[in-house]
Write a protein that binds this ligand. Structure first.
Ligand code: MEV
Length: 431
């Protein structure tokens, strides 16, 4: 299905939904997500279901294939920003991604070791046997072509309160699963055997969310002409975006906000598709600080006739297991995006992140961010004042033109509009 849908944002919700229905998406699932009974089976003390707007971002082409990108988020402007930036990137062939194998690392902590250095060396010598044992403990994953691949050990302390401490890493290719459950289970099963090898005491057994082997790299090269608008030429926009990137590269305060803009896109896709977005957030920020200095996840440069962007971050996502077992809405969102493999989901989430970053930097480097926000906020104010259908855009346009977004002004504009409509059609029969 093409993601190029000019005018999609101007259609009614029903028209947009009809477009998806025509493409085979189950609208009831998309909207309903989970029943109360499903919810009660998912977490504790359930008293209801919490809703968020679900939208699709348009114009995305990722690795040469179009996708409508599902995004669930409460903040205005994000979906419009992602769609606009994706349109600009599309002029340069869209987004290209490299997704690393789905390796998630489990950690087994061993404490109270008499000689931690010797214990780590012993575990490393036994690594082939431990990998074989770990694979025997995960037969279904091994049958799917994944499974444990490596066992390594590192000394963390040579003595002190916890005695000698070693951390054992178990690298597992999780294929299409996010992997938390299976890696945690494996660590718990393997830990007593590893501890017995070195006469240690088992400490924590849990995956690390710094999944630094399971990264996605997203690049795009946007032709300068595609960045231009009526008031600013493309070269000036590109220079502004590259300068904004350098600002984030030099300053961690700016880098935090720069990365927040990226996670606006990444998280919205993760929430829509039922992923553990907290895990990805934790990994992304640990990754951003991996050199001991907090840095931007994405950078931009002007090269030749293009503005080139590059985003890299760990992205552990799954298309099997987790909330997807019960969440029909998340499954429908994956379907509408044409996603069956976890790698493709990582590509789309990463592309949404880079798109949101481009849109934010472009706005910040030109008009400032509030202008776009104001237009969307004006629509919300118009709707709250009672505007419906075409009235919403008409009232919003007047509010933006006047630079006055007060609810009372919206009510006045709406009343004026309704009055004008009535006087324009005096012959209309009473209903
Ligand atoms: C707001 O949600 C995100 C931005 O602050 C990102 C940025 O500053 O790059 C606009």
């Amino acid at each position: 299905m093409t993601s190029r849908l000019p005018g999609f944002h101007g259609k009614s919700v029903d028209e947009r939904r009809q477009h998806l229905a025509d493409a085979g998406v189950d609208l009831a699932d998309l909207d309903g997500g989970i029943t109360l009974a499903d919810a009660a089976g998912m977490i504790e003390n359930v008293v209801g279901r919490y809703a968020l707007p679900l939208a699709v971002a348009t114009n995305f082409t990722v690795d040469g294939v179009d996708a409508l990108v599902p995004m669930a988020v409460e903040e205005p402007s994000i979906v419009a920003a992602a769609s606009n930036a994706a349109r600009m990137a599309r002029a340069g062939g869209g987004f290209t991604t490299v997704v690393a194998p789905a390796i998630v690392t489990g950690q087994i902590q061993l404490v109270q070791l008499v000689d931690a250095g010797a214990a780590a060396a012993r575990i490393e010598r036994e690594a082939p046997a431990l990998v074989a044992r770990a694979r025997a403990l995960t037969p279904r994953l091994v049958a799917r072509g994944g499974g444990p691949l490596a066992v390594t050990a590192r000394m963390l302390a040579d003595g002190g309160v916890d005695g000698g401490v070693v951390v054992v890493h178990v690298d597992v290719d999780c294929k299409d699963a996010m992997g938390a459950n299976l890696v945690n289970t494996l660590c718990e099963l393997l830990a007593p055997e590893v501890a017995a090898l070195v006469d240690g005491v088992v400490g924590l057994r849990i995956l690390t969310n710094l999944t630094d082997q399971r990264t996605v790299t997203v690049t795009c090269a946007v032709p300068l002409a595609a960045l231009a608008d009526a008031r600013t030429d493309g070269a000036a926009v590109a220079a502004g975006v590259a300068a904004a990137s350098r600002f984030a590269e030099h300053d961690r305060y700016r880098a935090a906000t720069h990365n927040k803009g990226i996670m606006n896109g990444v998280d919205a896709v993760l929430v829509a598709t039922g992923q553990d977005w907290r895990a990805v957030e934790a990994g992304a920020h640990a990754w951003a600080a991996r050199d001991g200095r907090y840095a931007p996840l994405a950078t931009w440069r002007v090269d030749g006739g293009h503005l080139s962007g590059r985003l890299e971050l760990p992205l552990a996502v799954g298309t099997v297991g987790g909330a997807l077992h019960v969440h029909r809405g998340a499954r429908a969102a994956l379907k509408l995006a044409g996603v069956s493999a976890a790698a493709r989901l990582a590509s789309l989430a990463g592309a949404a992140g880079l798109a949101c970053n481009l849109a934010a930097l472009r706005a910040l480097a030109t008009d400032g961010i509030q202008r776009g926000h104001m237009a969307l906020h004006a629509r919300a104010v118009a709707r709250a004042a009672g505007a419906e259908g075409d009235q919403i855009d008409a009232v919003a346009a007047e509010l933006v033109a006047a630079g006055d977004l007060r609810p009372a002004t919206a009510a006045e504009v709406l009343a004026g509009l309704k009055g004008a409509t009535l006087t324009a059609s005096p012959q209309e029969p009473a209903p």
